[in-house]
Design a protein around this ligand. Sequence first.
Ligand SMILES: [Zn+2]
Length: 127
Amino acid sequence: MNQFPSQLSPIRWQTLKPWLTTIAVIWLLGFVGLGWLVKSFLFLIVFFTVVPIVAFFGLQWWLTRNLVQGNCPVCQEGLTALKQSQVNCPNCGESVRAGDSTFERVSTPGTIDVQAVEVMSQSVDDD
Ligand SMILES: [Zn+2]
């Protein structure tokens, strides 16, 4: 049953056979005059393998250029949004605008931003 001298040969033949058949069919089609069919089929295969890869990397490139990751200026919650877009913080509900690299608070008209100052209290001990 084993007509091959090496043990690997039958396995190699099994893997080679479909490729040889494919090449033979393509050669035959080209010989008959259906080379255009083979070419258009190959074009479709290349098209449908290359386009998703290009789209994937293109989208990734676009996202890295247009996504802003930062912290909410009010509660320091991590936020992710597209550049120049306005989002509501999921943690505190404050509406913030994504700048070029950070998030800025969108203050509604009439709002005055007040800087809070912490005053240290000293305990007075009565003896
Ligand atoms: Zn927040």
